[in-house]
Design a protein around this ligand. Structure first.
Ligand SMILES: [Zn+2]
Length: 190
């Protein structure tokens, strides 16, 4: 029957889409340095910051080609909570699975733009640590009481290199210490 064929065709199409999205090469453990890595992020628990999470993903996606942040489950879970020790916390550096938590009290008191905080935490997920010049507003990873949410060319290049060289086997780093980064006074770019 035509109807049965149509259903079969739709089911087949869904199955093939699912297969395309499955990282089959990961199972073999073979590194594919040229492959674009996909990091899924879930903003469903980020509350009022959810639009900024999407915006931060777009900012990073616009600047690098070796890795792509895509909305979906099973990767980085972003959530927003009331009180914490820093505006944001990322559970790992250079990782495809983990958590980011934002804290309203600290975002309010830090003086940093909320979007800058969100872009900064994704920067950790994408492999970046804090630079020496904390408070340099040109760098999103430098924290500080700054408004700028656009990573500079150096930061984008570092993310690009990290994922291009790691291929399918990133080596996640430890949780960064966020306790004082955004309290630092803003400094002029160098
Ligand atoms: Zn940080």
């Amino acid at each position: 029957m035509f109807r049965a064929k149509l259903v079969a065709a739709i089911v087949g199409a869904i199955a093939s889409v699912t297969l395309v999205g499955t990282p089959t090469a990961a199972a073999t453990g073979e590194a594919q340095p040229s492959a674009v890595r996909t990091i899924y992020y879930d903003s469903s628990r980020a509350a009022e910051l959810a639009p900024l999470v999407d915006q931060a993903a777009q900012i990073w996606n616009a600047g690098v080609t070796s890795v792509k942040l895509v909305k979906g489950a099973g990767g980085i879970s972003a959530s927003t909570a009331q009180n914490g020790a820093a505006p944001g916390m990322a559970s790992c550096v250079g990782c495809t699975r983990g958590t980011i938590t934002f804290y309203r009290n600290q975002i309010r008191s830090s003086g940093a733009a909320p979007l800058r905080v969100v872009v900064h935490e994704f920067g950790h997920i994408l492999g970046l640590n804090h630079p020496q010049d904390i408070g340099n507003c040109d760098k999103v990873m430098a924290g500080g009481r700054c408004d700028n949410a656009q990573p500079n060319a150096q930061e984008l290049a570092a993310v690009q290199r990290f994922w291009a060289s790691r291929g399918l086997a990133p080596a996640p780093g430890a949780q960064p210490d966020e306790s004082t980064v955004f309290d630092a006074p803003a400094s002029a770019g160098v």
